[in-house]
Each structure stands twice: as structure tokens, then as C-alpha cells.
Design a protein around this ligand. Structure first.
Ligand code: F6R
Length: 243
């Protein structure tokens, strides 16, 4: 595991964006795993800038998002599909049929999860998987405990996560959906390169648990230490306990 500590969030986003852009530029058909959340906004904004200013070409890129709330439509501004359109897809030249976000409105959610796994497999697997970390230690929405061999499935969100994400729901944790679809920890570990980005003091304790404490399904992000090619980018605030 390579841990990079940057002086501030801006520098962390820059480093992450340059790794993603490097994958897009060097691979003739890149397959990216994407995440949502506040941390990712700065990274997507730099990728959009790279596209507009330097012609970063997304036309051969395929993407799979980690997760989606159950019960929200793509047009709902609180859905992750909407987030991705807003922050990335609408601003770059990705083909609509190359973009995948789990469908939280699917009639048969188990079938949707199985089809998602199959689509990742059919695309040749994920080359570079972008990850954030939640206060519960989740990656994707793999709340504790999540078996390290878990696959894409429906999960119940932890109350801490619903509080963490309440900002998008008018500050009311009760309005955050209780259920979500998420790639499993096993699905994530199958990616060839994992890139975790965490910034800010609120992430310092869970980063220390995930990176320094026991490797356990009670902290999903600790599974990253089992991966042969994992890059972690932290700002100094998130790395407080690490240094
Ligand atoms: C979102 C996701 C989550 C977030 C994590 C951190 O697709 O997979 O694991 O990455 O909750 O979210 P922020 O960046 O908002 O702190």
C-alpha cells in the first residue's frame, strides 16, 4: 500500500485526478470504478477541466459506480446517478452506453445486482477503482460488518452514514433512504488498482483504524491492506493519526 500525504485537500484532489487521467491516457479502453460524495467533487471538477483545457478523451472509457440509493430515480437530484451526471458525465465525452450506475428502482433488485456483477466481468473487470471512506469505515456502502468476499447486493445503511449524508436531504437523516445497492468488498478488491482519497479531521480516526488497526470486516476499508496495488491519498488533517 502506498500512502501519499498532501498538504491540503486541493493537493490531494490534484494527485488523485492525475492518477485517473494517467489511466485514461495510457489505457486504450480504460474501465474505471467511480465513487460519489463530497470528496469526489473536487476530483471530478479537475477531470472536467482537463477535458476542456487539454482534451482529456473519455470516449473509450467505461465506468461503474460503486453504489446507489434504493428507491431514487435517475432524475432525482439526491440520486447518485444524478450526482454523476451533474459532476462528470454531462461535461465530458463519455458514451452513455459505457456508463453504469446500479438501478435503485429496479423491480428485481437481486437480479439488478447480479447483472451489475456480470457487466463488470464482461467489461474485463475494473482497472482503477476510486474510493472514499465513510465514518463507519465503509467503502462503497459496505457497512460493518461486511464480509471481504461480499458482492454487489442490497444493504441497510448505518444510522451514522444516514447522518453523514443528510446534507443532500435538507439536513434530515430520516429522509436519507434506508437501503442502497453497493458493490461488495470482494467486488472492490477485484479491481486491479484501488485509489482511496480521504480529507479532513473527521476522517482521521477511521483512517487510523482502517490503515493501522486490525484487518476486520468490522472496518470494510481495512480490507484494502490485503490488496497488492492500493494507493491512499490523504491530506494532513486526515493523516493526523497516521504520521
Ligand atoms: C459514495 C461512496 C461512499 C463515500 C464515503 C465518503 O459513492 O461510495 O463510500 O465515498 O461515504 O463520502 P464523503 O466524500 O462525502 O465524505
Amino acid at each position: 500500500m502506498q500512502v501519499i500525504v498532501t498538504p491540503d485537500p486541493g493537493a490531494a484532489f490534484q494527485q488523485a485526478a492525475s492518477i485517473i487521467a494517467g489511466e485514461i491516457r495510457s489505457n486504450p479502453s480504460p474501465v474505471l470504478g467511480l465513487a460519489t460524495g463530497r470528496t469526489m467533487e473536487g476530483i471530478y471538477s479537475l477531470l472536467v477541466q482537463d477535458h476542456l483545457q487539454n482534451g482529456l478523451d473519455f470516449s473509450a472509457t467505461t465506468s461503474f459506480n460503486l453504489d446507489e440509493y434504493v428507491g431514487l430515480s435517475a432524475s432525482n437530484p439526491q440520486s447518485y446517478r444524478h450526482y454523476m451526471n451533474d459532476h462528470l458525465f454531462a461535461h465530458v465525452n463519455m458514451r452513455a452506453d459505457h456508463v453504469h450506475v446500479p438501478d435503485g428502482l429496479a423491480e428485481d433488485l437481486n437480479a439488478e445486482c447480479q447483472a451489475y456483477e456480470q457487466a463488470i466481468h464482461d467489461a474485463g473487470g475494473i482497472g482503477l477503482q476510486l474510493l472514499g471512506i465513510g465514518e463507519t469505515g465503509h467503502i462503497g456502502f459496505n457497512e460493518p460488518p461486511s464480509p471481504f468476499d461480499s458482492r454487489t447486493r442490497q444493504v441497510t445503511l448505518h444510522p451514522v452514514t444516514r447522518r453523514q449524508n443528510a446534507g443532500m436531504f435538507g439536513g434530515d437523516a430520516n429522509k436519507v433512504p434506508e437501503k442502497a445497492l453497493t458493490m461488495g468488498v470482494g467486488t472492490i478488491l477485484d479491481a486491479r488498482h484501488l485509489l482511496l482519497v480521504a480529507c479532513g479531521r473527521s476522517k482521521a480516526d477511521i483512517i487510523a483504524r482502517a490503515l493501522l488497526d486490525t484487518v476486520t470486516p468490522d472496518v470494510s476499508a481495512s480490507a484494502l491492506r490485503l490488496h497488492p496495488h492500493c494507493t491512499v491519498i490523504l491530506d494532513t488533517a486526515a493523516a493526523r493519526m497516521w504520521q
